[in-house]
Design a protein around this ligand. Structure first.
Ligand SMILES: C[S@@+](CC[C@H](N)C(=O)[O-])C[C@H]1O[C@@H](n2cnc3c(N)ncnc32)[C@H](O)[C@@H]1O
Length: 256
C-alpha cells in the first residue's frame, strides 16, 4: 500500500477529481470512508458551536458531500445551505438527505467570487466544515480561507474539524502493521482519482484567519465508516476550532 505523505500529492484539478469521484461513488454501493452515522460526527460537534452562533443567520455546511451530516444540522438550525464543488455529490444529497429548510448549491471554495455571489444573496452566515480543508492543496488554502471569510462576514461563526498532523503517523502505522495490506475498494476509488488526505495544523488555520479570534479549539478523532481488515474501525487524529471575526470598531473609535 502506498505510503501517505502530506507533502507529495498527485497534481490534480480538485474540482474535476471530486466530481469524477462522486459520480462513480453515486453509482456504486460501496461505503464512503468518512460517511459515518451523524451520532459519531456532527452530533458530537454540535455542543461545541451551536450556542455560540446567532441562530438567525443561515448555516452553511461547507463541502457537504452527500449531505448526511447536513440533514442532521437541519434539525438544529432554521436555514441550512449545503455547498460542495461536486454536482454529483449534491444530486445524491438532494435525493437522499433533503428537508424543507435545506438548499444544496454548487460552490467551489477555490473561487472566492462564487462566495461573493452567495454572500451578496444571503448575507453573513455561520459555517460548519468537516473534513474538507485538509483536502485543499496547501498552495490553494489561502483561496479557500478567503471564500470562508467572505461567507462569514463580520457576524458568522465557523466550526471546522479536520484531520490533524498526528494522522500521518497513524496512517503509516496502520500500513506498517499491514492492517491495510490489500487496500479496500472504498479507498482505491478515492486514490484512483488522485485524491489523498492532507493534514491541518491549528497554527496554519490561525494564520489564514488573522482577523478572527479562536473561541475554542481542541483535539478529537474522525471515525471512519469502513473497517480495517482486522475489523477495527479507524479513528483518525483530528483537531477542531471555533472562530469568529474580531470586533470591528466603528471608524470614530479607530481614529481616536
Ligand atoms: C472528505 S469529504 C467530506 C464531506 C462532508 N463534509 C462530510 O463530512 O461527509 C470532502 C468534500 O469536500 C468537497 N470539496 C473538495 N474540494 C472542494 C472545493 N474546492 N470547494 C468545495 N467543496 C470541495 C468534496 O467534493 C467532498 O465532498
Amino acid at each position: 500500500m502506498e505510503k501517505i505523505n502530506s507533502e507529495e500529492k498527485p497534481n490534480i484539478d480538485t474540482s474535476l477529481a471530486w466530481e469524477a469521484y462522486w459520480n462513480k461513488a453515486s453509482r456504486l454501493s460501496n461505503l464512503i470512508l468518512w460517511d459515518c452515522d451523524p451520532k459519531l460526527a456532527v452530533a458530537r460537534d454540535l455542543s461545541r458551536f451551536k450556542n455560540l452562533m446567532d441562530s438567525q443567520l443561515p448555516l452553511i455546511d461547507f463541502a457537504c458531500g452527500n449531505g448526511r451530516q447536513t440533514l442532521f444540522l437541519a434539525d438544529h438550525f432554521i436555514r441550512v445551505i449545503g455547498v460542495d464543488v461536486s454536482k454529483s455529490a449534491l444530486e445524491m444529497a438532494k435525493a437522499q438527505q433533503n428537508a424543507l429548510n435545506i438548499e444544496y448549491r454548487v460552490l467551489d471554495g477555490l473561487k472566492p467570487q462564487q462566495a461573493e455571489a452567495l454572500h451578496s444573496e444571503i448575507g453573513d452566515a455561520n459555517i460548519y466544515m468537516r473534513g474538507a480543508f485538509h483536502h485543499i492543496p496547501v498552495e490553494r488554502r489561502y483561496d479557500c480561507a478567503k471564500s470562508l471569510q467572505i461567507l462569514l462576514g463580520n457576524q458568522g461563526i465557523i466550526y471546522l474539524i479536520e484531520i490533524s498532523t498526528k494522522a500521518i503517523n497513524y496512517f503509516n502505522s496502520l500500513r506498517a502493521e499491514m492492517k491495510y495490506k490489500n487496500p479496500h475498494k472504498e479507498r482505491t476509488i478515492l486514490f484512483e482519482h488522485g485524491i489523498r488526505p492532507g493534514t491541518v495544523a491549528l497554527k496554519d488555520i490561525v494564520n489564514f484567519f488573522s482577523e478572527f479570534e479562536v473561541l475554542k479549539s481542541g483535539e478529537d478523532f474522525f471515525d471512519i465508516a469502513v473497517p480495517l481488515p482486522n475489523g477495527d474501525y479507524p479513528k483518525l487524529p483530528a483537531l477542531y476550532t471555533v472562530m469568529k471575526h474580531k470586533p470591528v470598531l466603528p471608524l470614530s473609535e479607530v481614529t481616536k
